[in-house]
Write a protein that binds this ligand. Structure first.
Ligand code: GDP
Ligand code: CA
Length: 317
């Protein structure tokens, strides 16, 4: 079976580990979010691609969910001793090496998709990991600021990491989206896929971002798509996805996220048992445990998503 999965960082990566276990003989292509990417200290950092690569490749810090295991922070401390900003973004020494290799290759003219493939040659994530685009796009957040004409746009990471999304976002925009194209292989992978799965990734700044790259949404709409709700009982399971949903005027509920995706895009939707009332015309909703609290539980969620997708593609359905 050929599976395509869109993915953000932590939620996406955890789910993908379960998907690999649920479908060991499948060919899985992951289209990763690059809207969170940022240049720090002259280095290009791709947090979501790296979270997927480290998680599936066995190098992730399991407790934290991002960054490298067995990490030290000597470089960060030395940069701080020079007073170099920003100091709010955590980069460990091992992680720095990834960003140095990436930046070196980008500077030599390689597109991000080839750089990602080169990094994955070391990590062997067991999936084909493609950035959504080789073109640079960045999520920016508009916040109120009394000093700057009332409002100011900041990089998504500054809002998310430095401000912990504590200042309300008035708007979230993917800068560069209109001019961007899907990375080589992205549209072909979607077209050739038997099913497309949305992990419980952030519907605004992960899945929503990927869908903004021209051509991707239309390609996905043609396929059988099953999504796993990132919202359980009116709250995100982990993180601050509610602040992103509020910014685009969407309620934090499994129902509202399903409506945001809509029945043109999504054919099946897995929700938690407490959200079993969720319904939308044209979408098969299934209530089951969707908490990824162990590798076994995560594998079962992924297996349920695949089973639902297959029931929706089979000719008798
Ligand atoms: P990020 O890029 O690191 O923010 O990660 P993602 O975009 O991939 O995923 C974040 C989303 O995953 C959040 O909205 C969480 O609510 C959701 N999430 C995290 N853990 C779980 C879980 O165990 N079950 C479900 N259903 N959603 C989860
Ligand atoms: Ca992210």
């Amino acid at each position: 079976m050929r599976i395509v999965s869109l993915a953000g960082g932590i939620g996406g990566a955890r789910f993908l580990r379960g998907l690999k276990a649920a479908a060991p003989d499948s060919e899985i292509t992951v289209i990763g979010n690059t809207g969170d990417d940022i240049t720090l200290f002259g280095l290009r950092v791709c947090p979501d691609l790296d979270t997927v690569m480290y998680t599936l490749g066995g190098g992730i810090n399991e407790e934290q969910g991002w960054g490298r295991a067995d990490e030290r922070h000597t470089v960060k401390e030395e940069l701080a001793a020079y007073g170099v900003e920003p100091q709010w973004f955590g980069l460990g020494d091992r992680d720095f090496a990834t960003h140095i290799v990436r930046t070196q290759m980008l500077s030599a003219g390689y597109p991000l998709s080839q750089v990602t493939e080169a990094l994955c040659a070391r990590w062997q994530p067991g999936v084909r990991l493609l950035p959504m685009s080789d073109d640079r796009t960045e999520s920016h957040v508009v916040i109120a600021d009394a000093d700057a004409d009332g409002r100011r746009a900041i990089h998504f990471q500054e809002w998310w990491v430095r401000l912990r999304a504590s200042v309300p976002a008035e708007q979230i925009a993917l800068v560069g989206a209109e001019e961007a194209s899907p990375a080589p292989g992205v549209l072909d992978a979607i077209r050739d896929a038997d099913v497309v799965i949305f992990p419980p990734s952030n519907p605004v700044v992960s899945i929503g971002t990927i869908l903004q790259i021209p051509g991707i949404r239309a390609a996905v709409e043609e396929k059988t798509v099953v999504g796993v709700s990132p919202i359980i009982g009116g709250a995100p399971v982990r993180g601050m996805a509610d602040a992103c949903l509020t910014a685009i005027g969407v309620e934090t509920s499994a129902q509202a996220v399903l409506e945001l995706y809509g029945s043109r895009l999504v054919d099946g939707w897995l929700v938690a048992e407490e959200d079993k009332g969720v319904a939308l015309d044209g979408v098969a909703v299934e209530a089951r445990p969707i908490l990824m609290d162990s590798p076994d539980a995560t594998r079962e969620i992924a297996a349920a998503a695949l089973t639902l997708a297959q029931s929706l593609t089979s000719p008798s359905a």
